[in-house]
Design a protein around this ligand. Sequence first.
Ligand SMILES: [Zn+2]
Length: 520
Amino acid sequence: MKKDRVLIFDTTLRDGEQCPGASLNHREKMEIARQLARLKVDIIEAGFPIASPGDFRSVRQIAKTIKGPRIAGLARCLNKDIERCAEAVEPAGKKARIHVFLATSKIHRQFKLKKDKAQILKQAVASVSYARKFCDDVEFSPEDASRTELNFLAEVTRAVIDAGAVTVNIPDTVGYAVPSQFGTLIADLFENVPNIDHAVINVHCHNDLGLAVANSLAAIQNGARGVECTINGLGERAGNCALEEIVMAIRTREDMFHLSTGIRTRELHKASRLVSRLTGMTVQRNKAIVGANAFAHEAGIHQDGILKKRSTYEIMRPEDIGIDGSQLVLGKHSGRHAIMDRLSKMGFKMKPHELECAYKRFVELADKKKNVYDDDLATIARDEMEEVDAVYVLDYLHVSTGTKTVPTATVRLKKGNEVIQDAACGDGPVDAALKTIDRITGIQGKLLEYNIQAVTIGKDAQGEVSIRAAFGTEEINGKAASTDVVQASAIAYLSCVNRFLALHSVKRDMKRSKKKTSKK
Ligand SMILES: [Zn+2]
């Protein structure tokens, strides 16, 4: 590997997806993985195979079909985890990676693992050696490295490299580090680990103090050559190092870093939109690089400067991250072929019957609003990727509401061939509609989050509703878009109900098959 190249290790599908409310279904994960490949990330961490059958399936499918990047799976330092991970990444062949982790800090040793240094060291080495039996590319992470005693961290790093780890990742798991200190930590490791040249040093910084990108930059200035990051900085708590920010910082300030990445930056904007859309985690307007305002120059004096010479106030060009300014606008008269072509250019891979459904929905939408934009099409495509077989389908909705009216909703749902109708009032039309749905299904959901956003510009824009609802202890997300926001709310909520029912039928099946096996 060239010394001036920084490897980009994307963990949107593993660490990012762990973020509450961001869970993705299989097809959504595949869609993101394809975009990551177009972006040319070096490594995709596709999931944590032992965590669930769904995780395993996605990692294996990504390893099988995504060409270009290395495909990593995460495993604890346990043989059963490593075996499951090896099986999941195996289809990637030479591009497969097993990533094992074990906490090394005093606080984790004492309170979480209840093990001493010698036991930790032994387990780390044993797991790396075991993983190497399946795969040449093994990465080791000493979890909570930034709070681990330097001499022990150096000892572990040396030992796992000797055992065959080709990448050692130094995580700031709790987001506690500050740049000067984190940079020094990396420099100290280079000084104190004699065999460090035999491995790539990665860093994995969390953003609890808003320092994830700054810490990662300090690390690469001191010898780290891999950065673990996520699109839009998605992740637990305050998230991870944002991929788009670290990549554009390295590129824009090449004069400082003298380093480069292999990222095709023109795919950054698209990647950001896709992840935000599929996870329902919206990007703040003033977010660096990919926020809606990142390239908007409002102040008159700036606009004047920009018109005379762009670089007076602009350090990056919007086209560098793939904002081309011209959105293709589609309308009523756009043909089937134009829609299908546009969807595939936007990166959606759909089956023929789904394309047909998407086209029908496009025609309906174009009937209601004059201009249909890319983002409208994307919401349609996303709906078509819903994996759950719906138990309840919205058949009819009527609400009456106003300043002097009691908001009332009449809802008719289809359940197979059965049609069920009911009505209820509420403190507003959305409340009334959702209450009616509860009455019909007999399932009481509690709304934890409700967000509504215009998909595009214009008063006639579609409203996209994202809902997080609790059914007992289960928390479920649902999304829907429509030009009628009450209807979008009802469909989004129904999608939560359907996902909840699907989850329960899976659990029932699992219990049944367990009973069967235990009888044998
Ligand atoms: Zn993490």
